[in-house]
Design a protein around this ligand. Structure first.
Ligand SMILES: Cc1ncc(C[n+]2csc(CCOP(=O)(O)OP(=O)(O)O)c2C)c(N)n1
Length: 629
């Protein structure tokens, strides 16, 4: 294996193209075999194998700075930068991350997980280089999907203005997770289908270079012709009009095409776009044929490409989409929005039934929120289904455009809570804190998919913005047949009364709280239980009654403690002068890495045994003794 001999990218720099091609197939093999076991971003990473080799061959990494947008396409980069041995631990607890991590390698220059940040960061590095008289080069790789985000265009705008030398590689596979969308995506398709563009341009320029120049008059004429040709050729190339030199489109799987062009681009003293065409899933038939499903699958069987799935109840996302379809059948004002996640949110199902009432806006969460505001303003009922981690990007739009005008937009907040293998950048554990501080918005999370259905249905009749949270993965297996049961808006469900302690749980962790209650009851404590359902409005009526009948309250949530549900309960008690001991159980003030959700719940003692242990210790410290003592 050539790959085993690659200690660092330096080893690539002495290899022949045919050796690099062999290395490319070994890299693919390794990516396929590992992701088949661990799951992960196989499609994007198979698509960038040659590009990775060419970049590390042409650039003097890590002295030169190579940035990968999102970082999900960088498995080949990991494999040739000292992580071959550990690659089998990809996305596993304590193993290497599915994204780039600065602490993992000096070759990981920039950490991400969210899209479209690489160009801004690259410009920062390039500008710092110039100001500090350093001499490294900067190159960023960004996908056509990531280029649908406003943030990428904010960076292009400034790069073109500053004219700072750096290279932006546009990795164009015409896919985001699903097929890429939007007018700019269409534009890239046009550029792709006109490969003669740059060839012709180079030929004309070469021809003019070849004209012998005698005398200033002729020289000026040649320059003038060059300019005219330049402008004629430029017409229509957005990148060049923004101030970049444009190279491409190139076959991103041909080392013979990539290496010379990247070498030329590297030495240009102004910003350059290198437009490479790649195929998502390249080299693995099932991933080539089903690039959407193989964007970030779980484990699969290599030979057949079949996913290894346990039979589980439908996911919360599925229930959300089904519920919206059910409601939309009788309510023509319901529309659904996703920011490039039709599969993840399962809104693809909604799209199949209501193609005209479904909008994939691209990786554009900010736009999605304000677009929803506009729809709501005109009387529609927009539901923006968005992962908790990605709504972070639309915070100002939520505050300024939706909540400030009190517009009835429903945010269906998917992946709320810990997410597992995607790790720190993707945990959905901050949204309660940052949303509940905003006036007008109402925030709820049911204990299961049955309540998700009811909450969504009620949310669509609220005159205010509403956020309905639900976690990643399968529901509890609740029977969802029959009409959607109503749920009393703003009311908690007080399921058990108890004199020693009452557990107040927010979200599906209610079921853990129920197990905690059993454990404590078995110890002889009298323990109550509340399914909070709402953090805003908080059901202070029920909480007041609880406080009057129990000696202590423990709140439980799968969300950071700071500013979360428990924090809201403590604020209420403080404000209303309710003198009862309250203990908040939730996640700590730190970024939580990748690894199984259950592992972290156990680590932070948020599983039933851990919570029961903590509750018991706490009750002891409060001198609350159960009946038998
Ligand atoms: C802000 C944000 N929204 C959504 C996502 C989810 N996401 C991860 S990869 C991806 C598609 C990226 O497409 P592209 O940049 O073309 O890269 P490719 O996977 O095609 O190589 C999306 C939407 C994200 N990472 N960040």
């Amino acid at each position: 294996m050539l790959l085993e001999g690659v200690q660092s990218p330096k080893d690539l720099r002495t290899m022949s193209t045919s050796q690099l091609q062999r290395l490319a197939s070994e890299l693919r093999q390794s990516i396929i075999e590992t992701t088949a076991r661990t799951g992960g971003h196989i499609g994007a990473s198979l698509g960038t194998v040659e590009l990775t080799l060419a970049l590390h061959r042409v650039y003097d990494t890590p002295h030169d700075k190579l940035l990968w947008d999102i970082g999900h396409q960088a498995y080949a980069h990991k494999l040739i930068t000292g992580r071959l041995e550990n690659f089998g631990t990809l996305r596993q607890l304590g193993g290497i991350s599915g994204f780039l991590k600065r602490r993992e390698s000096e070759y990981d220059v920039w950490e991400a997980g969210h899209a479209s940040t690489s160009l801004s960061a690259a410009l920062g590095l390039a500008k710092a280089r110039d100001l500090m008289h350093a001499n490294y080069r900067v190159v960023a790789v960004i996908g056509d999907g990531a280029l649908t985000a406003g943030m990428a265009w904010e960076a292009l705008n400034q790069i073109g203005h500053l004219k700072t030398p750096m290279v932006v590689v546009v990795n164009d596979n015409s896919m985001s997770i699903a097929p890429n969308v939007g007018a700019f995506s269409r534009y890239l398709t046009d550029l792709r289908s006109a490969p003669a563009y740059s060839r012709l341009k180079q030929e004309v320029e070469g021809l003019l270079e070849g004209i012998p120049v005698f005398g200033t008059q002729i020289k000026r004429t040649v320059e003038r012709v060059k300019d005219l040709v330049h402008y004629a050729m430029l017409a229509g190339n957005v990148f060049e009009e923004l101030g970049f030199r444009y190279f491409g489109p190139l076959d991103g799987h041909s080392l013979d095409a990539l290496i010379p062009v990247l070498s030329n681009a590297r030495d240009v003293n102004e910003p350059v776009i290198v437009h490479v065409i790649t195929q998502k899933g390249k080299g693995y038939r099932p991933a080539e044929e089903h690039p959407g499903e193989f964007h970030g699958p779980g484990p699969f069987e290599v030979a057949s490409g079949r996913f290894i799935k346990k039979s589980e109840p439908p996911s919360y996302s599925q229930v959300c989409s089904d519920t919206l379809i059910e409601i939309a059948k009788t309510d023509p004002t319901v529309v659904a929005i996703t920011a490039a996640m039709p599969d993840g949110t399962k809104l693809d199902k909604f799209a199949a039934v209501f193609p005209d009432r479904f909008f994939d806006v691209g990786i554009a969460e900010q736009h999605a929120a304000t677009f929803a505001a506009g729809l709501a303003l005109a009387g529609m009922k927009p539901v923006f289904a968005v992962y908790s981690t990605f709504i972070q990007r639309a915070y100002d739009q939520v505050i300024h455009d939706v909540c400030h005008q009190d517009l009835p937009v429903v945010f269906a907040i998917d992946r709320a809570g810990l997410v597992g293998a995607d790790g720190a950048t993707h945990q959905g554990v901050f949204d309660v804190s940052f949303l509940r501080t905003v006036p007008n918005i109402e925030i709820a999370m049911g204990k299961d998919e049955g309540e998700l259905r009811s909450l969504l249905s009620e949310a669509l009749h609220r005159p205010h913005p509403v956020a309905i949270r639900y976690p990643r993965g399968s529901g509890q297996g609740i029977d969802l047949s029959g009409p959607i049961p109503p749920i009393a808006w703003g009311e908690a469900q007080w399921t058990f009364h108890g004199q020693d302690l009452t557990l107040v749980a927010f979200g599906p962790i209610y079921y853990t709280a129920a197990a905690v209650r059993e454990l404590l009851q078995a110890q002889g404590y009298s323990v109550g239980l509340v399914n909070a359902r709402f953090v805003k409005p908080l059901d202070t009526v029920t909480l007041t009654q609880v406080a009057n009948t129990t000696k202590a309250i423990m709140t439980i949530e799968e969300h950071v403690i700071s500013g979360g549900f428990g924090s809201a309960v403590v604020e209420w008690a403080h404000r209303d002068g309710i003198a009862i001991p309250i203990r908040i159980e939730g996640l700590p003030d730190e970024f939580i890495d990748h690894g199984p959700v259950n592992y972290y719940l156990n680590l932070y003692e948020l599983d039933a045994e851990g919570l029961a242990r903590k509750a018991q210790r706490w009750l002891d410290s409060l001198n609350i003794v159960h009946a038998e003592q």
